[in-house]
Design a binder for this molecule. Structure first.
Ligand code: FAD
Length: 623
């Protein structure tokens, strides 16, 4: 058995994005000895890439905004499949989490009278996104880190050791959770640089590992998004829900090929950017779906007036939820009305002065100038859909973040339910803070209630080490890079933005084949910084998670949010009542239907009957 270093904590948080850091702060504030583990450098989580802002009904830009309106928008965006309790907690608590961030040292952009400024985003009835230019995620991570340092200073003053209660382990990858029977007892993994193994013993683990986008070829996600937390949860016996719902953001860069998929923030449209096809037509007016018809402008004149008089005009259709805009762009390109490099045109240069564009969208201006030699103050951008976010994830108790496995919690993008079938822009950053805090508190209260700590057996640790070292045994097996490329291509082509049964069946056959080949993946060299080995271990996670996506997508015979079936184009009210729940036994994935918990009557009463008729079954409407 290779050497394994041992560490012991009360609460282990896997992931140092917004969800992980907020959970760690909360667990530490509840008196738990807490560790944060992250695969990349501390500060380089995915959250740092968030541009547009954080959604919270503070009512600063429009005093009509409140939690009820935010709740309604979130449920509409998710096409009523959301876990309504999560959507309720999120809408109620998001403003407090934003204000709390300022007590940690954040500084959001301000209105002229000194309040936190809020910008428009798709699907939000009022301007609701608090922002720091187009670098909001950076400020969020910076201030959560600052809060951690400040807690460490307090701990130093009391104990003489900065890390006595809160310690960060960066560039460390967790490969498996360790169980004591069916209860969480810790996590096993390796230092990316040295390849040395560490066992973290802890009775509570909070998964905050983010998403799965690296299983798709065109994606806005970075190398870390390999679905590790989703797979760790599955292997530990927890279940995933909503995995068929993958968000394709409508606007990723399409050119040059080396940057294809990189995000073009929705703020460009929120700040007035319009979408045009190769005929110069503002095509989104042709794509307003029936369920949203009464909420969007009928023509360009009304849409344009809305920017200056939102109370008497309806918003332009460029600000429809992301799934609608992505499908519209896809259809225009398919109909031969795309831009030269296979996207459509997004133009903000005709709407704002050059000075204003550089002030409001500095990162976008820089990104296009540097990467594509396009000056967005004078020219349109070329954009197209890119895999961006997974709505599906670990099924959790809304109030505590607890999964079905004792001691295992989840928060942020790795958890499922909050966003239903489609997430609204800005609702992720607020989700991270609301549910990161709740999961940290949930984990702390679980640990406080334990009469004895679970233990990690030598056999369990040995097995985790054996699995991690498997790619070094044998020679001439499969190459992890080849398998990864084939996986990404299959998911992109066969389980992408528009889905058909025959293609998903093909995808499942390919996944079976890739799974078989992955069992003989081999890597050269040794454990010291070996990216091939790292990818081989990530592949195991990407394959199981991709299978969940494909299986659930094949079973859901309707179109809703981030799941569009060409062969079942209609949203079916009966499907709204069902969740598809994924579990794993050995290497086989199973997906079963389970009923969705009916929405609480007082929350249902927030919608008028005409709207409910679009989503609910006849029996539900009568009841
Ligand atoms: P992350 O921030 O991704 O953190 C995951 C952490 O888990 C990382 O530290 C990673 O290293 C660690 N990790 C993963 N696997 C392991 C492992 N096996 N072992 C150890 N550590 C591991 N949302 C908004 O609300 N507003 C926006 O404006 C916005 N803009 C976005 C722009 C871009 C370009 C992208 C890609 C997303 C954007 N989003 C936005 C979405 C939002 O940023 C993410 O959903 C959110 O940041 C996810 O946060 P998280 O804490 O769940 O995960």
């Amino acid at each position: 058995m290779p050497e394994v270093e041992r560490q012991s904590f009360d609460v282990l948080v896997i992931g140092a994005g917004g969800a992980g850091l907020r959970a760690a702060i909360e667990a530490r504030e509840h008196g738990m000895r807490t560790a944060v583990l992250c695969k990349s450098l501390f500060g380089k989580a995915h959250t740092v890439m968030a541009e547009g802002g954080i959604a919270a009904a503070m009512g600063n830009a429009n005093s009509n905004d409140n939690w009820q309106v935010h709740f309604r928008d979130t449920m509409r965006g998710g096409k009523f499949l959301n876990d309504w309790r999560m959507a309720e907690l999120h809408a109620k608590e998001a403003p407090d989490r934003v204000w709390e961030l300022e007590t940690y040292g954040a500084l959001f952009d301000r209105t002229k009278d000194g309040r936190i400024s809020q910008r428009n985003f798709g699907g939000h009835e009022y301007p609701r996104l608090a922002h720091v230019g187009d670098r909001t995620g950076l400020e969020l991570i910076r201030t959560l880190q600052q809060k951690i340092v400040s807690l460490q200073q307090d701990d130093f003053a009391e104990t003489g050791d900065h890390e006595s209660r809160l310690k960060v382990f960066a560039e460390f990858t967790v490969t498996d959770l360790v169980l004591d029977g069916d209860v969480v007892a810790g996590a096993f993994g390796y230092w990316r640089e040295s390849g040395r193994f560490v066992l973290f013993e802890a009775p509570a683990v909070v998964l905050a590992t983010g998403g799965i986008g690296k299983s798709f070829k065109v994606t806005s996600n970075s190398w870390e998004y390999t679905g590790d937390g989703h797979a760790l949860a599955l292997r530990a016996g927890a279940s995933l829900i909503n995995m068929e719902f993958v968000q394709f953001h409508p606007t990723g860069m399409v050119w040059p090929p080396s940057v294809k998929g990189i995000l073009v923030t929705e703020s460009v449209r929120g700040d007035g950017g319009v979408l045009r096809n190769s005929d110069g037509k503002r095509f989104m007016f042709d794509y307003i779906p029936e369920v949203f018809k009464d909420k969007y402008a009928v023509d360009e004149t009304e849409g344009d007036r809305w920017y200056t008089d939102p109370d008497h005009n309806r918003r332009p259709p460029e600000l429809l939820p992301r799934d609608e805009v992505a499908r519209a762009i896809n259809a225009e390109v398919k109909a031969g009305r795309g831009s030269p490099h296979g996207g459509v045109f997004l133009d903000v240069s005709t709407r704002l002065s050059a000075e204003e564009i550089v002030r409001r969208l500095p990162s976008m201006h820089h990104q296009f100038k540097e990467l594509a030699d396009v000056d967005i103050t004078a020219q349109p951008m070329e954009v197209g859909p890119t895999c961006h976010y997974v709505m599906g994830g670990v099924r959790v108790d809304p109030d505590t973040g607890a999964s079905s496995v004792s001691g295992l919690f989840a928060a942020g993008e790795v958890s499922g339910g909050m966003h239903g079938s489609n997430r609204l822009g800005g609702n992720s950053l607020s989700d991270l803070l609301v549910f990161g805090r709740r999961a940290g508190a949930g984990a702390a209260s679980y640990v406080s209630g334990l009469s004895a700590r679970p233990t990690c057996s030598a056999e369990a640790v040995e097995e985790a080490a054996r699995v991690a070292l498997a790619p070094f045994s044998g020679e001439g097996g499969e190459n992890p890079y080849t398998l990864h490329m084939e996986l990404q291509q299959s998911m992109n082509d066969l389980v992408g933005i528009i889905r058909r049964a025959s293609e998903m069946e093909q995808a499942l056959a390919r996944l079976e084949e890739l799974k078989a080949r992955a069992s003989s993946v081999t890597v050269e060299g040794h454990r010291q910084f070996n990216p091939g080995w790292h990818l081989a271990l990530d592949l195991r996670n990407m394959l199981v998670v991709s299978e969940c996506v494909a299986r659930a997508a094949l079973l859901r015979t309707e179109s809703r949010g981030g799941h569009t079936r060409e062969d079942h184009p209609v949203m079916a009210a009966d499907w709204r009542r069902k969740l598809l729940v994924c579990t794993v036994s050995g290497t086989s994935v199973s997906v079963v239907e389970q009923p969705q918990i009916p929405i609480r009557p007082d929350l249902l009463a927030l919608f008028d009957e005409a709207e409910l008729r679009k989503y609910l079954t006849a029996a539900e409407l009568e009841g």
